[in-house]
Design a protein around this ligand. Structure first.
Ligand code: NDP
Length: 335
């Protein structure tokens, strides 16, 4: 398959496809060939606005027009849509969270493996230059042995994106939506996978929703490193941050979780601090660049199905931990 001829089908007339992925595909020389929506009006409006010639509400017809499929439907449909794409012999980039359960994730990985197609997962934070510089510095030993990490990934969820996120259906909620990004990013930065997790959600009701809009977690990794994450849908004015403290120094990254080509990084040692120069690239464009290379030369996408499966397995453990700490015994503080 020649890289500049890759024809993509968009399975889902979604906001993220419209705002990020169409540009990422086109700027890598790919062709956005078709869009599928369950609603005729949405399919037409999306295709007309973005100059896409084929639009359909028929999945069978949709697969005729593409070599690769970007699945960005609501989370509960990722499983069915990835399996349909694999059965049609198409490579797949699936949005995170990969699935709503571990069983679904395993079926999706196996479905793509047995069909001989690639399953990439859009954990786009691996494509941010700040995060990649940070991973390289950690892995080169620049801060010694990493001991602690903190991720702040709080912001505001606009009301037009509540669908599929602020509901009580499987795969919805702050942990599946945002903490899955932090989990994958920590695995990428630290090159290890957490073993255990505790968590608490905030029970402050916002906009009359009873669904938790914020979560704080603490995880322990095999090396002994302890990491904390903070995710929220209801915090205006919060800047995103990642901090990693090691035996020899610390890395401070700011504005590195937005999805924009942005952010700053500094290395702080006992002797002083220095900014790390970063040339920004669009992280979604990087995800597609890696996938095009994987399709044409067999290299690894930035995140594969197994990375998506691990992110949701930690997210499920975090959800269980949060539920049990919300209702179970806690250590009361004596004064
Ligand atoms: P949207 O709600 O915009 O789109 C999801 C689906 O909702 C669409 O496929 C569409 O269904 C349906 N939909 C869109 N507009 C309407 C409407 N006006 N009325 C009714 N239904 C509508 O979600 P997002 O684009 O924010 O998220 C899609 C996926 O991408 C999710 O899995 C999310 O987790 C992930 N995501 C990932 C990001 C990342 O950085 N990796 C960032 C943002 C989202 P249909 O296709 O049938 O028309």
């Amino acid at each position: 398959m020649s890289e500049n001829k890759i024809r993509w089908g968009l399975l889902g007339a979604s906001t993220i496809a419209r705002e990020r992925l169409v540009n990422a595909i086109r700027s890598n020389g790919g062709h956005v060939a078709s869009v599928y929506s369950s609603d005729r009006g949405r399919a037409d409006a999306f295709a007309d606005a973005l100059g896409i010639s084929a639009r359909t509400t028929d999945l069978g017809e949709f697969f005729d027009h593409c070599d690769a499929v970007y699945v960005s439907s609501v989370n509960r449909l990722h499983h069915a849509h990835v399996l349909a794409a694999a059965s049609a012999g198409k490579h797949v980039l699936c949005e995170k969270p990969l699935a709503t359960s571990l069983e679904e994730a395993a079926e999706m990985i196996e479905g793509c493996r047995s069909a001989g197609v690639i399953l990439g997962v859009n954990h786009h934070l691996r494509g941010s230059t700040v995060n990649r510089e940070m991973a390289a510095l950690v892995q080169s030993g620049a801060i010694g042995q990493p001991l602690f990490a903190r991720v702040i990934n709080a912001g505001v969820l606009p009301s037009h994106l509540y669908r599929g996120r602020l509901t009580d259906e499987p795969g919805s909620g702050i942990i599946f939506d945002k903490a899955t990004h932090d989990i994958d990013l920590l695995r990428y930065l630290l090159a290890e996978t957490p073993l255990e997790v505790t968590a608490m959600t905030s029970d402050v009701a916002v906009e009359s929703s009873s669904i938790a809009q914020a979560v704080m977690s603490t995880m322990r990794f095999p090396s002994g490193l302890v990491a904390q994450t903070f995710d929220a849908f209801n915090v205006p004015g919060s800047a995103t941050e990642v901090v990693i403290n090691g035996t020899e120094g610390s890395l401070y990254a700011s504005d590195c979780l937005s999805g924009r080509p942005a952010g700053a990084l500094k290395l702080v040692m006992a002797a002083g601090e220095r900014p790390i120069p970063v040339s920004h690239v669009d992280p979604y464009t990087e995800v597609i660049r890696y996938l095009h290379r994987a399709m044409t030369t067999g290299t690894r996408p930035l995140a594969i199905g197994e990375d998506g499966r691990i992110a949701i397995s930690v997210a499920i453990a975090m959800s269980i931990a949060a539920r049990s700490s919300n209702v179970g015994p806690k250590v009361e503080i004596s004064f």
